[in-house]
Design a protein around this ligand. Structure first.
Ligand code: NAD
Length: 419
């Protein structure tokens, strides 16, 4: 057992990953230092009238990490344990994500310290509108475009778009993505993250020469990303979902878990735990199951120096952001586990967000088949860009993705004449 405590601060991790990539790329000192820090960040306080007549003050953030490749883009989290360093790390990862996918965006992220589970619908609406009023001059269609993330929903995006449009004095649907379809959202946005992840798993299996039909997948986290993963892993890849979990724990069935039945059970009881025909397992056990594919789809730092050596999956598909620490990465690479790194694996969401923004801009809307086909093409191209570098340089797949992404942003900074 390691005596030294692993540094789990997400921004320290994001910076150390960048440092590693900078060494591999031989990046000059100025560019390296520039890319280690966000270009801009805004901290706001948001007073919200609560249902009991009191006023509560919430803290919010928006971090614009780098806009060399275009307006910044990134989700917004409502979470009781949100920290500025988590938001900074996520903004950095968004920068690498839009870059590796070849999208005309930089990276950003937002957050608000709150617990939506403990708020009424009215309180949540007033907070959402308050967040937009507080950051309104900082964001916008051509400047910085937020989207949903942990505990934020299409309804929240709709309130925010409406508030922004009121401030502008005209309708600005492209100021935010992940909206309901009625208000300019895109077909295919709801399952885009999971669908994109499945496309990368399909390509990884091709690359590794694996047949996934009938093989097992375990999914940690049963929210937006996790539920659609359970559905599409079966429908698109022929995988058997043997385990899923949420904050209350996990469930296992060797025969496979039906995602609809599990979702209905969670809706009725608040958790997947207790589903008939399954046995309970802990979140820690889920990560160590003997499966072809392990999909962390919850929060950061779940694969660490402590448990990485016990992972038995052949492919790790990081639907979540930042689930693997650098120490765990080293162990997994040595064990020959193929990691599809977060900012490649879960880029389907931002890719369809990009499609939504394009559709809002042109006022011409695509059908579902077109969205899915274009998503497949983008994800497949990005996977092979990364696989090529992984192969040629003999570096792990996360560093290969970093090399592709960081080089593109560095070139854009230089071509603009910034450095
Ligand atoms: P969500 O809030 O809908 O779901 C999160 C799920 O994780 C919930 O089921 C929750 O119970 C579970 N969870 C939380 N903490 C847990 C823990 N400690 N152990 C086990 N389960 C836990 O969020 P989401 O949108 O599905 O996002 C999940 C991850 O995917 C995040 O890292 C997010 O940044 C990433 N992601 C999501 C999208 C998207 O489009 N939804 C896009 C890119 C990345």
């Amino acid at each position: 057992m390691s005596e030294v405590q692993e540094d789990l601060n997400p921004f320290d991790i994001a910076q150390s990953q960048l440092d590693h990539a900078a060494r591999i790329l031989g990046l000059d000192e100025a560019t390296h230092q520039f890319l280690r820090l966000p270009m801009r960040e805004l901290h706001v306080t948001i007073p919200v009238r609560m249902d009991d007549g009191s006023t509560r003050i919430f803290q919010g953030f928006r971090v614009q990490y780098n806009d060399a490749l275009g307006p910044t883009k990134g989700g917004l989290r409502f979470h009781p344990e949100e920290t500025i360093d988590t938001v900074r790390a996520l903004a950095a990862w968004m920068t690498w994500k839009t870059s590796v996918l070849g999208l005309p965006f930089g990276g950003a992220k937002g957050g608000c310290i709150c617990d939506p589970k403990l708020m009424s619908v009215g309180e949540l609406e007033r907070l959402s509108r308050g967040w937009v009023r507080a950051v309104g001059s900082f964001i916008g269609h051509d400047r910085d475009v937020p989207a949903p993330d942990v505990y934020t929903t299409p309804q929240i995006m709709a309130w925010m778009m409406d508030e922004y449009s009121k401030m502008a004095g005209y309708d600005v649907p492209g100021c935010i993505t992940g909206k309901p379809i009625l208000l300019g959202g895109s077909e295919g946005r709801d399952d885009a993250t999971a669908r994109g992840a499945c496309f990368t798993i399909r390509e990884a299996a091709k690359y590794l020469g694996l047949d996934l039909q009938g093989e097992a997948i375990a999914i940690q986290g049963f929210g937006n990303a996790g539920v659609f993963m359970a559905e599409l892993a079966r429908d698109l890849l022929g995988l058997r979902v043997v385990a899923v979990s949420d904050t209350k724990g996990g469930i296992y069935s060797a025969d496979g878990i039906d995602w609809q039945v599990a979702r209905d059970h969670k809706q009725a009881t608040g958790s997947v735990v207790g589903l008939a025909g399954t046995r309970p397992i802990s979140n820690a056990e889920l990560l160590e199951l003997d499966v072809a594919v392990l999909c962390p789809a919850a929060l950061e730092n779940v694969l660490t120096a402590d448990n990485a050596s016990r992972v038995r999956a052949r492919i790790i598909a990081e639907a979540a952001n930042g689930p693997t620490t650098p120490a765990a990465d080293e162990i997994l690479h040595a064990k020959n586990v193929f990691v599809i790194p977060d900012f490649l694996c879960n880029a389907g969401g931002v890719t369809v967000s990009y499609f939504e923004w394009v559709q809002n801009t042109s006022g011409y809307y695509w059908d579902l088949a077109t969205v899915q086909e274009r998503l497949d093409a983008r994800m497949t191209e990005a996977f092979w860009r990364v696989a090529k570098v992984h192969e040629e340089r003999g570096i792990d797949s996360r560093m290969a993705a970093y090399c592709v992404a960081v080089q593109r942003v560095a070139d854009a900074c230089k071509t603009r004449g910034w450095i």
